[in-house]
Design a protein. Structure first.
Length: 170
């Protein structure tokens, strides 16, 4: 009985282990100037024990982003904007690529998801952790969803922007 419990706990910890993805295949930066230095991006969740993550519509995974404020001034406010681009096939009037906002993650204040919190001093590291839920609209999509994660400061300047693939389950 104890052996089975130990195996079960090992399986759960492996299933929830974070993997670093900023150097994995398919990860790319957006074509826009970025004011913060991206240090790393990790993902975790039940479908993220491999890359790309396998997520089903309605399921979630967490992105943990570590950044370095390389500017001479503090960052007082943060906003995040998370979208997924999916390919729809054979759906009346919706064939082709569609950009879909992640539920509750479009133009959202992000300081509360930041460690150590705002304001972020100059020349310091900080982390943003966001839980992303695959939108139910993605159930009509096939294959990959390219997730775009963008973080702006209070002045609308892009601190970081990247794209990472998510494999959609059926």
């Amino acid at each position: 009985m104890m052996y089975r419990t130990l195996l079960h706990l090992c399986f759960i910890s492996l299933a929830l282990a974070a993997i670093r993805v900023d150097q994995k295949r398919g990860f790319k930066f957006c074509d826009t100037p970025q004011l913060a230095q991206l240090v790393s991006v990790e993902v975790e969740g039940p479908g993220c024990s491999r890359w790309p993550c396998l997520l089903f519509p309605g399921r979630s995974g967490a992105f943990k982003i570590t950044l370095y404020n390389q500017n001479e001034e503090a960052i007082n406010d943060l906003n995040s904007d998370i979208h997924g681009t999916v390919r729809l096939n054979g759906v009346a009037g919706l064939t082709g690529r569609q950009k879909v906002g992640m539920p509750g993650e479009v133009k959202k204040k992000a300081c509360q998801f930041t460690n150590p919190g705002c304001p972020i001093p100059p020349h310091s590291y900080f982390e943003i952790t966001k839980v992303v839920t695959v939108p139910m609209q993605a159930r009509m999509a096939h294959g990959m969803m390219m997730t775009e994660f963008k973080v702006n400061d209070g002045r609308g300047r892009t601190l970081t922007c990247f794209k990472a693939p998510v494999l959609l389950g059926k």
